[in-house]
Design a protein around this ligand. Structure first.
Ligand code: ADP
Ligand code: MG
Length: 691
């Protein structure tokens, strides 16, 4: 009997869950604390009665009066029309949908409390479909504002309200943080939550809406503190780990590499190379992000780090997200490092059979000192003799799991409890506030300068109607011996459409540019063919390369001077920036043309505008964060880890700083409280946040 069957046969007969219960589960409202943290979207004021004469058109109001007339009218359609009088004035209540029970509740002589927005109607002022309830003269008013919660169609507001109120009363909201570790003007968590669910009627609604009220601040602070604590714990756990100390030897391989390079490092490259060397020399694993704009020269910095590791007698792995990029790194590194006697292996998904077995064997034996490849590098059968340094290029393209696996490659080999040093590289800089929250357990080195002699890229935006002009421009460029990229977008729903688009553009350019070689590159081509096309383009025998986004990352052809991006409105901002970075790598003046198909959405406009206005990767990242918000910005990295629910990094930098300041004190002086706090806020998700 299979596992499934055995489960089915002993499955207890449970009472069916009601629709609202299931809807609550879908919203993630499972535990009392979840309910307590489910905060209102807005509030209704049922604490006051407005005189009908004073109620203003279009403004929500609660009135109370007695029904003086109640009848069904048939014109223009069947409806229930009720007159309410409170002594100050009359109000018509109009119901287009109603049941006999409505008629009963709204009968002449009943006293009602009614909430809605009055409008001037044909017969005087009226409310259409107001909320109402029967009352006595002495029915008390609500003492607090009535919360309106985010909900779904299957979950009635009244049901949810009750559930939240009882969840709130049951949830354990003991104050975990010592008072000295909470900014003085903030209430306790319990006070804050009770207040936010049932605010006193005299509160300024504006401070609740813009979340500047101290009760909101308390929640944000709690949340930020939990994240800081979790990052800090991770940092300390890592500090307790051991890594091989890889010391750079005077006159060692890295110095030989420096001497052999055809260029001098920029100041920024020198600085980051030194930061990395400093980390490598320590017996704790490095956990460093090397960020630098496209074209800033990260690869050579990685090669220097590899040289240090190899010189110290250890292996280095370099993992890139695509075959094309891995191959390009491989070529470049072979050019730099093989002359120094370093053995380099090459592992990708397309390398199979005997060739692969041989490579894997060279990695296992340690004969391959540097291993370059794609995800293939972390396959189970790849065992390193002595992995000392793992480098991940374009790290944002990899998930948390893959990073963890690469780090594990040493344990599986050595037996000693050692971890390799980890260097991650990215051209998408992390904005400072994000770095402080999500990447607090990460040291960052930044290359903030481009190699000399680069000419700036000019970016132009055209509607697709200008296509012919753009093709004429391409002709000019290729006649002058320059090379051109034309990028077609990936159409996610349909790879076939995507391909057709690229194929048609390719055809069009082939016809428009007789005498020049125009190539096509797309994701579905066999790796060998891709490599052949790339080879022709890098070797300058091909003038124009039409491609889907497979060239997005890292490709380096300095003679390319024109980049055309078709349907630029479909790309994300950082993707556009990456693509643009394929040109402007040499000394020739370069142009990036963004073709779009109108109409443009607001965010589409904002993206293209940002591209025209700046070529600075940091500015681009900042604007990207503005346009998309942190949730999307973080994208794949988070793989299910929670983003901030309450805090807003753009607005709450001051609270974030405070949380950063307090987290180490809390962890040192009140470790149990720190643990409980992280558990309350992050539960099992803490692990993911740190990887
Ligand atoms: P990225 O940071 O985008 O990965 P690369 O490492 O591909 O950039 O470098 C871009 C180009 O600049 C390469 O052709 C590289 O050889 C060259 N390069 C790197 N550093 C320098 C330098 N200091 N001076 C001149 N050219 C450099
Ligand atoms: Mg690169």
């Amino acid at each position: 009997m299979s596992n499934d069957e055995s489960k089915a046969s002993v499955k207890p007969v449970k009472a069916e869950k009601s629709a609202p219960q299931r809807a609550m589960e879908k919203l993630g409202l499972l535990r009392d604390i979840d309910l307590a943290l489910h905060l209102p979207l807005r509030y209704e004021d049922e604490t006051r009665i407005t005189r009908i004469a004073d109620a203003r058109d279009g403004e929500p109001a609660q009135v109370e009066g007695v029904v003086t007339d109640s009848r069904i009218e048939f014109r223009p359609r069947r409806q229930l029309v009720v007159r309410l009088d409170d002594g100050s004035d009359e109000l018509v209540l109009r119901f287009l949908h109603f049941y006999p029970s409505h008629q009963k509740a709204l009968a002449v002589g009943k006293r009602l409390r009614v909430r809605g927005e009055p409008r001037g109607g044909f017969l005087g002022r009226e409310m259409v479909h107001p909320a109402f309830k029967p009352v006595d003269e002495d029915t008390p008013l609500a003492a607090a504002l009535t919360p309106v919660y985010p909900t779904s169609a299957q979950l009635p507001q009244a049901y949810l309200r009750k559930a939240v109120t009882s969840g709130l009363s049951r949830a354990s909201l003991d104050e975990l943080l010592p008072p000295a570790m909470v900014p003085r003007h903030l209430p306790t968590l319990k006070e804050a939550l009770h207040f936010l669910h049932h605010p006193a009627p005299d509160v300024s609604l504006a401070t609740l809406e813009d979340h500047s009220h101290p009760a909101w601040q308390r929640l944000k602070y709690e949340e930020l503190l939990a994240q800081q604590l979790s990052q800090l714990q991770a940092q300390r756990e890592r500090a307790a780990l051991k890594a091989p100390a890889l010391r750079a030897r005077p006159g060692g391989l890295h110095e030989k590499l420096l001497a052999a390079l055809p260029f001098a490092l920029t100041k920024a490259q020198h600085r980051v190379a030194e930061e990395i060397a400093h980390d490598l020399a320590r017996a704790q694993p490095m956990h460093r992000l090397l960020q630098g704009d496209v074209g800033s020269g990260k690869t050579v910095v990685a090669a220097l780090a590899a040289a240090v590791a190899i010189d110290a007698g250890w292996q280095c792995a370099l993992m890139a997200p695509t075959e094309i990029l891995a191959e390009q790194h491989f070529r470049k590194l072979v050019g730099w490092l093989e002359p120094l006697g370093i053995g380099i292996a090459w592992l990708t998904g397309s390398r199979k059979g005997k060739a692969r077995t041989q490579m894997v064997e060279r990695v296992r034996s340690g004969e391959a000192q540097l291993v370059v490849g794609t995800h293939a590098v972390i396959q189970d059968d790849v065992q390193f003799a002595k992995l000392g340094l793992a480098i991940i290029d374009e790290q944002h393209r990899f998930g948390v799991q893959q990073r963890l696996e690469l780090r594990r490659k040493l344990e599986s080999a050595g037996g000693e409890a050692l971890e390799p040093h980890l260097l991650m590289m990215s051209a998408t800089p992390i904005p400072r506030t994000l770095a402080m929250t999500y990447f607090a357990d990460l040291d960052v080195s930044t290359i903030d300068e481009l190699p000399p002699g680069r000419s700036p890229i000019v970016t132009k935006v055209f509607a697709d109607g200008k296509r012919d002009d753009v093709i004429a421009r391409i002709r000019d460029e290729v006649e002058r011996g320059r090379q051109v990229y034309w990028v077609c977008p990936l159409i996610e729903e349909s790879e076939a459409l995507d391909l057709r688009n690229a194929t048609e553009t390719h055809q069009q350019l082939v016809e428009a540019l007789p005498g020049h070689q125009v190539g096509l590159l797309h994701g579905r081509m066999p790796a060998g063919e891709k490599a052949a096309v790339m080879g022709l383009f890098t070797g300058a025998r091909m003038s124009v390369l039409v491609s889907t986004t497979v060239i997005e990352v890292g490709v380096d052809v300095p003679n390319a001077s024109l980049m055309v991006i078709e349907h630029a409105e479909r790309f994300g901002l950082s993707q556009l920036h990456q693509l643009r970075g394929r040109v402007g790598r040499g000394s020739v003046a370069s142009v990036c043309v963004l073709l779009y198909t109108p109409p443009l959405s607001d965010t589409g406009k904002a993206r293209l505008k940002a591209m025209v206005e700046t070529t600075d990767g940091f500015e681009i990242a900042r604007r990207d964060l503005d346009i998309r918000g942190p949730g999307e910005f973080m994208g794949s990295r988070q793989s299910g880890a929670p983003l901030l629910r309450f805090a807003d990094l753009a607005e709450d930098e001051a609270l974030l700083r405070e949380a950063r300041r307090v987290a180490p004190q809390l962890l040192d002086r009140h470790p149990a409280a720190a643990r409980a706090h992280v558990a309350r806020w992050l539960g099992g998700k803490a692990e993911l946040l740190r990887a």
